[in-house]
Ligand binder design. Structure first.
Ligand SMILES: [Zn+2]
Length: 438
């Protein structure tokens, strides 16, 4: 097979249920007609953006790659820093393998990639709540200097506000720089372009809103511009186009503040201002699940007491708890380790509050993504699935795989480019690929 190229278009919060509608859109429809599809792509646990993106890029689950959450959680502290640096990831990126094997590589807006060893990198590394006028300070030292120099003066203002629905957004910046990169540098052999706005719209307005469809139409046009850029300035005939998501979303109507239950049990105290004063046990939010951290994980009596409390809370039916996992169970079943001793999750999906002073139950509302009406961050099978489809010379037209995991994506792309990744969890989805790659 001749030299293959990859253009990966990542749509945050793309749901497997979106595929039927996408068939009616110009560019997605063109790909779906000619390509191969994974109907249900399982996210990793928790189904949060950063752990999922890192699993896609490394072919590994969170216990191996080391990024279990978007945020570096700390009991009682909000907001906290997000993971940003490539050095925080313990496994090598697919894109770094590709560079080693002689492919030119480019990442646009990829999470936890600041400082990655690729040819052109404009990472997602501006703090989420940032609203100032100098986002360049975060790109310096994290992005490729030449790319910052070429594009920041022209498009940097699009990053100046993180209020995405009204002003600039990561996506506006990404849509501006990506076609320019293809024209100015020539088409990178491997290019990842990550879009955020579908996730934002779903968090605010729900999973199946008309606004979500409008956003899918917008993403279709954006993909069309990238395709046209490759037609004009690249090698369309040898490009494999891939559309993927990181997780789906689920509509939830209420949040639970499980810290209230811990306070009631004498395991946590707040001060007069409602700030955390002390804790033996604390519940962090991963959106759809709660991570219970113990003050002293070595304290066997405390551990036993909290475990009993969680099992009783589940059995009581009072809190809609459906799942209690110990840290050992979480690693064995989900390949997840993190700053927790137990994980709890709703029987029916609900969101976990991040503020220990919030009411026990409360309606979800737009604002922080963890407690918004559209939610994710829970078990991989609880309505949080995404999808994956590819078309181009490496894919078998019409091939369908019913179920796979995000960790299978990197080894599948590696097969297309003709190399193997070492010591990873995923497997190549050979059924998707053309005969000579199987
Ligand atoms: Zn996401």
């Amino acid at each position: 097979m001749e030299k293959q190229r990859l253009l990966v278009f990542m749509i945050d919060a793309l749901c497997e249920t979106d595929v039927e509608y996408m068939r009616t859109l110009k560019h997605f429809g063109w790909m779906l007609e000619r390509g191969a599809l994974v109907r249900e792509m399982y996210p990793v646990y928790p189904s949060f953006t950063y752990p999922c993106h890192v699993s896609i890029m490394t072919g590994c689950y969170p216990d191996k790659h080391g990024v279990p959450h978007n945020e570096m959680v700390q009991a009682g502290v909000h907001p906290v820093s997000w993971y940003t640096q490539r050095s925080q990831v313990k496994k090598k990126f697919f894109a770094e393998y590709a560079k080693e094997h002689g492919y030119s590589t480019c990442l646009v807006n990829w999470p936890v990639s600041a400082g990655a060893d690729v040819d052109i990198n404009l990472p997602m590394c501006i703090p989420m709540g940032y609203k100032g006028d100098n986002p360049r300070q975060f790109l310096d030292g994290a992005a490729t200097p030449d790319a910052v120099d070429r594009y920041y003066w022209k498009y940097g203002y699009l990053l100046c506000s993180m209020n995405r629905m009204l002003h600039g957004s990561y996506d506006d910046f990404t849509n501006a720089v990506s076609p320019d990169i293809i024209r100015d540098y020539g088409q990178p052999d491997v290019m990842f372009v990550k879009m955020c706005d579908l996730d934002t719209v779903r968090h605010k307005l729900g999973v199946e809103s008309e606004a979500a469809r409008e956003q899918l139409r917008r993403h279709d046009c954006e993909l069309g511009v990238l395709m046209e850029s490759i037609r004009r300035y690249g090698d369309f005939a040898h490009t494999n186009f891939i559309v993927m998501g990181d997780h789906g979303q689920t509509d939830v109507s209420r949040t639970i503040n499980f810290n209230r239950v811990l306070q009631e049990a004498g395991l946590q105290t707040l001060d007069a201002q409602g700030r955390l004063a002390s804790f033996d046990a604390y519940c962090h939010s991963t959106g759809g699940s709660g991570w219970i951290e113990l003050r002293d994980p070595q304290d066997a009596a405390l551990r036993e007491r909290v475990h009993r409390l969680l099992l009783d809370a589940k059995a009581s039916g009072q809190y809609n708890l459906g799942y209690v996992f110990t840290r050992e169970e979480a690693q064995a079943q989900f390949h997840l380790i993190g700053p927790f001793d137990f994980i709890i999750e709703g029987k029916k999906p609900m969101a976990f509050a991040y503020d220990p002073a919030a009411p026990l139950f409360e309606a979800t509302k737009p604002g922080d993504y963890k407690t918004a009406p559209g939610s994710h961050g829970g078990l991989p099978w609880l309505d949080h699935r995404t999808t994956f489809f590819g078309c181009g010379p490496a894919f078998a037209q019409g091939a369908v795989v019913e179920r796979a995991s995000l960790v299978d994506e990197a080894p599948t792309m590696a097969r297309i480019l003709g190399f193997e990744m070492e010591d990873i969890d995923g497997h190549c989805l050979t059924q998707l690929l053309a005969d000579d790659l199987r």
